[in-house]
Design a protein around this ligand. Structure first.
Ligand SMILES: Cc1ncc(C[n+]2csc(CCOP(=O)(O)OP(=O)(O)O)c2C)c(N)n1
Ligand SMILES: [Mg+2]
Length: 563
């Protein structure tokens, strides 16, 4: 940053210059907010301004953009759309994704006078942001925008909200002496790589080396730190099996001999079994939250544990620890690998073999459904075909509910270059997030996996994809209902629900391929499992947005977690 070159400019010019300076390539919005800024973006930058079909999908697109690239994703709304945008930040908050939301908000001259469409939105952003602030004076544009980027990417990343004065952010028309300085360090995650204290590293390492049955549980912090290679290297040097959270699934390819799968609730049985047989669990970059630990049953509380995290307050939150290490995941893992005593690995030979056998058992148990020729198609078969056919540099974006269970448990990454991103809980997140991911990484194949209920949420964005040539491939597991709900309704009806109860979770039969065609995308309908690989190949080669509508079996339920 080179301070001291103030000049007179409008807020709009300043914001446009700063977004460019931070390397922003896309903003996602519903009009009308910061209109003058949009005009300046056109005059002064190459930034693409995507007008989309709802503020929630704008937030999800920004989130997908951020998770795919590590750069903050930008979304915007005027005052009436602000709470829709806030709702869309919740997944970014849960997944620690650096999204910057900008809204228009109340003018002090007129507030409390029942201005059209106006409420005080700021409190609603509080639970879903790290930094939630108002820009009341145009002279504050430079420092507030810098702080927004700094907060979004620093430490554990997360969403930020700036509310600009004026329901449509009209403050951007005002002028002041300003310097639109940017700090490139905060244009992506992570801005700093704090090194851990040497003593804590040695303590943790000794515990790992002394353990006979240790396991690593890697979370989203490993992906935020770009530490996948260092994670795998440490696992290899010390011969330690690696499980991941859903958010950390792309930290180790599923076909790596030390990978045991996703642990927790939306999980793979082999991962839960290995973690529950371990004599030491090493958590890295994970919140140790309910989903990852199957509500603290995997591992059981009291299992000897150590934890590495960039956030000191995360260390020990849910599990009593033998040691904690506070630092960046990549730096810490590299340091541990450098100091590691490789000779200790031999004592874990039997344990690694046992973990490997547990994984083989899983494949043997599920082989029949993974390769099933049943019609209607089984979702497991789709997962298996994706494991086989997603390209080496593919980005896979997955919705929640059954989609999260099917893909979290049944899909394998096969290359360290592949990425995997999943909804942190919101049904309907994956399709817009996949569009955002494709905007961030236009040269990489992006494949979305969603259920039909998830796809319905933001189906209007097919038009956005077609209009902007966002060539994402969407695979819809179409069973004409939200069948994850089936089990829960059977339970409350005392065993088996009534026929009428199905109105609570089923939809009419819909051909999404036809809808996609009508909206300007390529639609492919798949009714035979053997047709799926060719459909995926056609989609990946199409150079167009594609919806592959797969007719699947509504009665098939994902396996529940073992504790
Ligand atoms: C915003 C939101 N509302 C509700 C839910 C609860 N929910 C989880 S899965 C699900 C149904 C999913 O249906 P679909 O996407 O078709 O997948 P399927 O279970 O049929 O494979 C619902 C309603 C949620 N996760 N998020
Ligand atoms: Mg469904």
């Amino acid at each position: 940053m080179m301070p001291g070159h103030n000049r007179k400019m409008t807020g709009a010019e300043c914001l446009a210059d700063m977004l460019k300076g931070y390397g922003v390539t896309h903003v996602f919005h519903v009009p009308a907010v910061l209109r003058r800024t949009y005009a300046e973006m056109e005059r002064r930058t190459e930034i693409k301004r995507l007008h989309v079909h709802g503020e929630k999908s704008a937030a999800y697109m920004a989130d997908g953009y951020a998770r795919a690239s590590g750069k903050p994703g930008i979304c915007m709304a005027q005052v009436i759309g602000a709470l829709n945008l806030a709702a869309g930040l919740r997944d970014a908050w849960l997944a620690h994704s650096p999204v910057i939301a900008m809204t228009g908000g109340r003018e002090p001259k007129t507030k409390f006078r029942k201005v059209y469409q106006e409420v005080d939105d700021v409190p609603a952003f509080e639970p879903v942001t790290k930094f939630n602030a108002t820009v009341d004076d145009v002279a504050r544009f430079p420092d507030m925008i810098r702080q927004a980027f700094r907060a979004a990417v620093s430490g554990t990343p997360g969403p930020v909200h700036l509310q600009f004065r004026g329901n449509e952010g009209q403050i951007d028309a005002e002028e002041a002496e300003m310097e639109p300085l940017c700090e490139p360090q905060f244009a992506q995650v992570p801005p700093y790589r704090p090194a851990p204290d040497d003593g804590s590293v040695r303590t943790a390492l000794k515990l790992l080396q002394d353990a006979e049955r240790p396991v690593i549980v890697a979370g989203g912090g490993v992906r935020a730190s770009g530490a996948a290679a260092e994670l795998v290297a440490l696992g290899e040097v010390l011969q330690i099996p690696v499980a991941t959270s859903l958010n950390g699934k792309d930290s180790i390819p599923g076909n790596h001999p030390l990978s045991v799968g996703v642990v927790g609730t939306y999980s793979r049985e082999s991962a839960n079994r290995v973690v529950n047989r371990a004599d030491l669990v090493c958590f890295i970059g994970t919140e140790t939250g309910g989903m990852t630990t199957h509500f603290w049953a995997v591992p059981k509380i009291g299992t000897p544990a150590i934890q590495i995290d960039i956030d000191p307050e995360a260390i020990g939150r849910n599990y009593p620890l033998l040691a904690g290490v506070n630092g960046d995941a990549r730096v810490t893992l590299a340091r541990m690998a450098a100091l590691a005593d490789r000779t200790s690995a031999s004592k874990r030979k039997a344990w690694v073999e046992e973990a490997g056998a547990t994984c083989k058992e899983w494949y043997a148990k599920y082989d029949a459904v993974l390769t099933s020729d049943a019609v209607p198609i089984r979702p497991e078969r789709i997962c298996h075909e994706l494991s086989r056919h997603v390209p080496d540099n593919g980005i896979v974006v997955v919705d929640t509910g059954h989609a999260g269970m099917w893909m979290g448990g049944m899909y394998d990454l096969t290359n360290p270059k592949q990425q995997y991103m999943r909804s942190a809980g919101h049904l309907g997140w994956a399709f817009p997030a996949g569009l955002g991911a494709k905007c961030a990484c236009p040269d990489r194949p992006v494949v979305v996996f969603t259920g039909d209920a998830g796809f319905w949420y933001h189906i209007g964005e097919i038009e956005t994809a077609a209009r902007w040539n966002i060539n994402t491939v969407v695979v819809v597991n179409n069973n004409s209902g939200g069948n994850q709900s089936k089990r829960g309704f059977d339970r409350v009806y005392g065993g088996e629900q009534t026929q009428k109860a199905r109105e609570l979770w089923t939809f009419s039969k819909t051909n999404f391929a036809r809808i996609a065609e009508d909206m300007g995308a390529l639609g492919i309908r798949v009714e035979q499992p053997s047709a799926f690989p060719a459909a995926l190949a056609q989609a990946l080669a199409a150079n167009r947005p594609v919806v592959i509508d797969v007719a699947t079996d509504i009665e098939v339920l994902a396996p529940t977690a073992v504790a």
